[in-house]
Design a protein around this ligand. Structure first.
Ligand code: ADP
Ligand code: MG
Length: 320
């Protein structure tokens, strides 16, 4: 029975129930979407490879969740509201087609949680590892979406939440019987969609922390042709980081460069401080002012009064 499912049957069985009206029942060549008048479309895409972005042999709901959550983080960083997504799957040939069912359950739970629907995609079989990719489509009032460039000299630099969750999350995968929260850092990163109003109204530039805090700060600085200096302190780390591990010289650099934190770095004029603090009051995570933008170039990160040096600032796929 399993082998009898062809590509069209599997789309009908697993994906049509997830489709929004824009997907035309997944019976057409393309999705149709009319953005509301006065809104921009904000579009992003991320791909993940088995054995690179998640452990070998994982094909279930939590992989689907992670895929959509990291894509949602890119929309969150721009201040966009998610609407729909296109899904591309290269499913390993050796797996039964029915194994897509668990994956589809993960998609469904994220769709419900974040109010988005499936608009289409492509499904192929591969002799290689699982490769999954999603293109997310969001909307934002015309001209209000935040960009990486646009920071001004003297802007404050802010960051949401905790830095180093990606590092803690990945480390936790080698202790399957350990506590759940660090595993959630890996499988269920929280896209900071709550930041929408702040980013649209007051931020001058923004980026989500995926490559590594230092690398992403550097991207932000370069995009605005500015220098950025920040001071980090122990409040910034996830609570799983013990004093004992902080005493090791490699810990803080790892937290600051590992990436996959899915927090948001943004800059705003100092006049907006009070408004930003007020807007954050109801959030379940901190939003911390950590530094300033200056004329010049490069980034500087100070910890306990010392300027940190980094051998590498973040993750890069094509580095030898
Ligand atoms: P085409 O022949 O144009 O490539 P397909 O046969 O690949 O179209 O897809 C048929 C329909 O199913 C299209 O609407 C497509 O968007 C949808 N579809 C295919 N794979 C997926 C998927 N993984 N997720 C969502 N929709 C999909
Ligand atoms: Mg077609």
């Amino acid at each position: 029975m399993e082998l009898a499912l062809n590509e069209f049957d599997l789309i009908e069985k697993f994906f049509v129930p997830l489709a929004g009206p824009e997907g035309l029942g997944l019976k057409d060549d393309a999705a149709h979407f009319s953005p509301p008048p006065g809104f921009d479309l904000i579009v992003t895409k991320d791909a993940m490879v088995e054995g690179v972005h998640f452990p070998d042999g994982e094909y279930g709901a939590q992989i689907a969740e992670r895929l959509l959550r990291v894509n949602l983080s890119d929309l969150a960083a721009k201040g966009a509201s998610p609407r729909g997504y296109l899904l591309s799957l290269a499913w390993p040939r050796h797996l039964p087609v029915y194994s897509i069912e668990a994956f589809a359950k993960g998609l469904k739970s994220i769709q419900k949680k974040f109010a988005l629907s499936l608009w289409g995609g492509d499904t192929v079989a591969t002799p290689g590892p699982l490769v999954i990719s999603a293109t997310l489509i969001g909307v934002c009032p015309e001209g209000m979406a935040c960009k990486r460039f646009g920071a001004k000299p003297d802007d404050d630099i802010w960051v949401t939440g905790h830095i180093g969750k990606g590092f803690v999350g990945l480390s936790s995968l080698s202790h399957p019987k350990g506590p759940q929260r660090p595993r959630d850092y890996f499988y269920k990163p929280a896209p900071r969609l709550e930041l929408q109003r702040i980013l649209r109204a007051w931020a001058n530039a923004s980026i989500d922390v995926s490559d590594g805090f230092v690398a992403d700060l550097d991207h932000l600085a370069k995009a605005s042709h500015l220098a950025m200096s920040v001071e980090v302190s122990d409040h910034l780390w996830p609570s799983e980081i013990s004093e004992k591990s902080l005493a090791l010289p490699e810990t803080v650099p790892s937290l600051l460069t590992h990436g996959d934190d899915y927090e948001i770095l943004f800059t705003a004029h100092a006049d907006q401080r009070a408004l930003i603090h007020e807007a954050c009051e109801t959030f379940l995570f901190p939003v911390t002012r950590i530094g300033k933008c200056h004329l010049g170039e490069g980034v500087s990160v100070t910890y306990k009064g010392k300027k940190l040096k980094f051998e590498q600032t973040g993750y890069s796929h094509f580095k030898s």
